[in-house]
Design a protein around this ligand. Structure first.
Ligand code: GLN
Length: 313
């Protein structure tokens, strides 16, 4: 396949950036009070090719909380520690067709037949990370994210405190997952570490590199480091494809063919395997909890660059 030229990539990025710059749809998440305070106009795009070239448009320096995008990278950590069977056997790898923090989805199959990218499955996944205590577990998670991003990252403490004070629903989800045997007795510890992982600050460039690492068989194309076993990447992408945008994952796949993951902080990452990773940050969300501008910009850019893996050119 031909290499994407810099000119073609830049044109696609700039045109999507301009096209959606003044779009005024959706609203910041506000069930986590600190997220309502984030600048709704923040808008940045980063595309990183599998051969390590970085292209950006807009604001790629301002950080937002990574939120649910973190679920992908904790999933990668658990797969590296315990192999691909562990998650399949615990919470499963099926789409729920429900909102990301659904309790109905837990009840339906007693915490099975779901996946690591919705809250219940994700908190259980964090509960599976091995380490001698909460600090050791947290360090392993943060180090994994840093390896994917290629730089040191830190928690946005105001976001963490705001969510920790208001996450009773996630605590209930964790308790239910414990009752059904998917998390051990440290389920509130797992919820707290999960809340912390969701509060890690990232900019669009970080997310672009984190996406590109999954586009290049787990090797960070900027640092050159293998950060997740290549064998585990297809399974991660499969769950992103079926459940990365929650109950709108089907619509998204229909339009783009791209495995992707959204977060309520306003970020979305998407992966065109072997070609590029792309990320957009823009806080206003639609009803399903997915960034409005990010979905539109990524779809346009990927379609302009032949990113859909189901499309043969
Ligand atoms: N921390 C958020 C929560 O648990 C993440 C949700 C999301 O990004 N969809 O509610």
């Amino acid at each position: 396949s031909e290499t994407l030229s810099a000119e073609r990539i830049e044109k696609a990025l700039n045109s999507a950036y301009e096209k959606y710059r003044n779009l005024n749809e959706g609203a910041n998440a506000d069930y986590i009070p600190a997220l309502a305070e984030v600048d709704s106009n923040l808008y940045g795009i980063a595309l990183v090719t599998a051969d390590g070239r970085v292209f950006t448009a807009g604001d790629v320096k301002s950080e937002v909380s990574i939120q649910s995008i973190s679920k992908v990278y904790t999933m990668a950590l658990v797969m590296d520690q315990q192999g691909p069977g562990a998650l399949l056997e615990n919470m499963g790898v099926d789409a729920t067709g429900q909102v990301f923090n659904s309790i109905v989805a837990i009840e339906q199959y007693k915490g099975a037949e779901m996946n690591p990218l919705v809250n219940a499955g994700a908190i259980a996944t964090t509960g599976m990370v091995q380490g001698k205590n909460a600090d050791a577990i947290w360090q392993r998670i943060l180090e994994k994210y840093e390896a994917f991003a290629g730089r040191k990252l830190s928690v946005l403490e105001d976001v963490y405190e705001s969510e920790a004070a208001t996450n009773q629903r996630n605590q209930a989800i964790a308790a239910l997952m414990h009752a059904y045997g998917h998390i051990d007795e440290h389920y509130l510890r797992a919820t707290d570490i999960y809340t912390r992982q969701c509060s890690v600050g990232v900019n669009a460039r970080d997310l672009g590199i984190m996406a590109a690492t999954l586009a290049s068989a787990g090797k960070n194309p900027v640092t050159g480091k293998q950060v997740v076993e290549a064998d585990n990447v297809p399974e991660i992408l499969a769950v992103m494809a079926t459940a990365g945008l929650y109950d709108d994952a089907g619509k998204w796949l229909y339009k783009t063919g791209l495995p992707a993951k959204s977060g309520v902080g306003g970020g979305i990452v998407a992966v065109s395997p072997g070609k590029f990773g792309i990320a957009v940050i823009s806080p206003p969300l639609d009803a399903a909890g997915n960034s409005v501008r990010a979905q539109k910009a990524i779809a346009d850019i990927s379609n302009a660059l032949g990113g859909n893996p189901y499309e043969i050119h």
